[in-house]
Design a protein around this ligand. Structure first.
Ligand code: ASP
Length: 409
């Protein structure tokens, strides 16, 4: 075997990321950032497009397949509530960590002199809209638009339908399982391109944003990144260790390829195929991971929640406003809900920030302050988002295992 063949995909992705960052700085230093955007970025986009096209059949088939293989609607329920409880608690915890660090570093944020900021609020959805939007009125549209939450609902209904139909449902079950296997193979082919994809995604980002890291927003970025790291290290290490008996070092090592992918793509949905692979290697059961991860890529956004907490304090400080404890509690609640409504695609966390700011009467125009560096926030928060999903898949798998063992005894 040649030496090159021995290099694992994970190692190749890291090399891609590393070289991409260097290439980005070279474009930046040469003053040719626009070349990176014009000639490198399109290849990154092609790679992401390929992933996006395969993600819908994978999510649809793997969730239906997961439900069918559990053969029991009660089991789906048991996994479902554990997953949702885990997601909600870790997300609330994430906002609290973000708020604590933002308050610690508040002194370094500057009060702003200008008042001519402009930010147009995109259509933010409130909680009730989000709830209504979960349920599709049409079967094709959610698949065509990759509206993940709706795709999940469709998949759950079909899964339950097949179980309840018994023998009559078997032919459809076979087709779904076969489609799922074929989609997985296509996904593996696409994932082989990830080292190049990661390179092409990160190069233009560094070329365009590299200099901004040194700008006046450095302290907020640093605060957010410290909170990301603390949350991941404390919360995920503790949960995989105590609830799944998995060493945190092993966990993060196993997650590294997906984390690199999330960092360069800033998309939970785009990272989903790789995340499924990583979670399974870490011991998550396939039927559980294929239910927990797509759901997580859609509703579980710990990194986004941290970012929203940090930015709320930052924007308040810039406008000379001091948040009260009650206001911070409101932020914990709304950021947790907002992160559920955030789509797992680049930039959506910033749109939902408007909802968080509005909940405590902070000026929404403040978003203009952080909008310029959103991509840098986004890369980090996406890494946390997908790591949280996998931690949950590992934890729920282990809890279900223990439950089975107890039953056997
Ligand atoms: N980009 C993030 C994700 O895909 C969402 C966000 O913008 O916060 O997970």
């Amino acid at each position: 075997m040649s030496k090159k063949k021995k290099l694992s995909l994970a190692a190749q992705i890291f090399i891609g990321l590393f070289l991409g960052i260097i290439a980005g700085f070279i474009f930046l230093a040469a003053g040719k950032a626009e070349w990176a955007v014009a000639y490198v970025k399109p290849f990154g986009t092609i790679f992401l497009n390929l992933i996006k096209f395969i993600v819908v059949p994978i999510v649809l088939c793997s969730i239906i397949g997961g439900v069918i293989s559990m053969k029991d609607i009660r089991k789906v329920g048991s996994i479902g509530w554990k997953t949702v409880v885990y997601y909600l608690f870790t997300t609330a915890f994430a906002v609290i960590i973000g708020l604590i660090f933002a308050n610690l570093f508040k002194g370094t944020f500057q009060v702003l002199q200008t008042s001519d900021l402009e930010y147009e609020v995109a259509q933010t959805t409130n909680f009730m809209d989000t709830l209504v939007n979960i349920f599709p009125s049409n079967i094709i549209q959610p698949l065509a638009n990759a509206s993940m939450l709706q795709v999940i609902v469709i998949a759950l209904f079909f899964g339950f339908g097949i179980i309840l139909a018994g023998e009559k449902g078997e032919p459809l079950a076979k087709v779904i399982v076969s489609l799922s296997d074929v989609s997985m193979i296509i996904m593996e082919l696409i994932l082989k391109l990830s080292p190049i994809g990661v390179f092409c995604l990160i190069t233009p980002v560094v070329a365009e944003n590299g200099a901004k890291i040194l700008g006046s927003l450095a302290m907020v970025l640093l605060t957010a990144y410290i909170s990301y790291v603390v949350h991941a290290v404390v919360v995920y290490s503790a949960s995989v260790k105590t609830m799944a008996g998995l060493s945190p070092v092993k966990f993060f090592k196993g997650m590294a390829p997906a984390m690199a992918m999330a960092f360069s793509s800033a998309s939970s949905v785009g990272t989903l195929p790789l995340n499924l692979e990583c979670a399974e290697k870490l011991g998550a059961k396939r039927d559980i991971a294929s239910f927990v991860l797509p759901l997580g890529a859609t509703i579980n956004m710990d990194g986004t929640a941290i970012y929203q907490g940090v930015c709320a304090v930052f924007i308040a400080t810039c406008f000379g406003i001091d948040l009260t404890l009650t206001e911070m509690m409101t932020i914990v609640l709304t950021a947790t809900l907002a992160s559920i409504g955030t789509a797992g695609v680049p930039g959506s966390g910033m749109i939902m920030l408007a909802m968080v700011l509005q909940s405590v009467g902070l000026p929404v125009e403040g978003i203009a302050l952080v909008a310029g560096v959103d991509r840098i926030f986004d890369m980090g928060r996406t890494v946390v988002n997908i790591t949280g999903d996998s931690a949950c898949a590992v934890v729920v798998s282990s809890l279900e295992d223990r439950k089975q063992e107890k039953k056997k005894k």
